[in-house]
Design a protein. Structure first.
Ligand SMILES: [Zn+2]
Length: 282
């Protein structure tokens, strides 16, 4: 199945759908033949994320009560939405609907994905249709996983002080604070370097003054993950795998704010081919 996912422009507003909205949109998929046949309405399928004009629809599902229901020309699913005033069609809208109505399929695909295109933050994740484009790719093999030190992981301050880790946490708090201010201050130059990274990540090792090694994850857009590794075991694993695979070892974040970075190895014969040409539409 080759789908036709078209990432939204940055100007596209990401819809935040209520429970009722999601149901209203789901009802919109049914009995559409009289509206859609021969029309030039913009349509999209929230099963595969494809966008197309209504006249591309050739298969319809017979309904007992009412007009036929459109089937997606790309995946054959009865999950075709069309552009309305209340719910302007966008890839972000399709992404949100997919995550709601095909939740278990989404979670299953997410769990085994070894490739995802680059994205920065949650809105971008939806606009780029990453939910449809992440995949278990034969080009990348999963060899491990490390955990990052996200804020969400830290619930017990005393535990941190006990472990002598409180200082590191404070540093991260400072980073997050400055990022939040930049977001608010629209006039200021956004700090591209520290935007939320996502997708495939290059791994760069830095030997610090004390002789210890710190690792940096940098995505295809040049954004650096601003969180350190979670534990000693993760440092050892990363060290070991880097020795073994060198620059073929890459990190992978398939979801925004995920604390787990998958470690994948790019197969040599594919190394010359770019993983994807993305981000240029924005
Ligand atoms: Zn489809």
């Amino acid at each position: 199945m080759t789908c036709h996912v078209v990432p939204d422009e940055v100007s596209v507003k990401v819809p935040y759908l209520s429970y009722e909205d999601k149901h209203a949109l789901n009802r919109l998929t049914a009995y559409g033949r009289s509206t859609l046949e021969w029309s030039s309405l913009r349509c999209g399928c929230f099963h595969c994320g494809s966008s197309f004009v209504a006249s591309k629809i050739t298969d319809w599902m017979r309904e007992e009560e009412g007009a036929d229901t459109a089937l997606c020309p790309y995946c054959g699913c009865d999950a075709v939405l069309y552009d309305t005033k209340e719910f302007p069609l966008s890839t972000a809208l399709l992404s949100s609907m997919y995550m709601e109505w095909f939740k278990s399929e989404y979670q299953e695909r997410e769990a085994v994905a070894t490739y995802a295109p680059p994205f920065s933050g949650y809105d971008d994740y939806l606009r780029q249709g990453i939910v449809f484009r992440m995949e278990r790719s034969p080009r990348y093999e999963l060899v491990g996983e490390v955990e990052l030190w996200l804020m969400d992981n830290i619930s017990d301050w005393d535990w941190l002080v006990d472990k002598g880790l409180a200082e590191l946490y404070s540093d991260n708090m400072a980073d997050t604070g400055s990022y939040a201010e930049e977001e608010k201050n629209q006039k200021g130059e956004p700090d591209e370097k520290n935007k939320d990274a996502g997708g495939l990540l290059r791994i760069v090792a830095h030997v610090e003054n004390g002789g210890s090694t710190e690792y940096e994850f940098i995505d295809e857009l040049g954004h650096v993950l601003s969180y350190p590794l979670w534990g000693e075991k993760d440092y050892c694993l990363l060290h070991e795998l880097l020795e073994k695979y060198g620059s073929h070892l890459m990190g992978l974040l398939v979801e925004p704010f995920d604390s787990k970075v998958r470690l994948v190895v790019k197969h040599e014969e594919e190394a010359a081919a770019p993983a994807a040409v993305l981000g240029e539409t924005r």
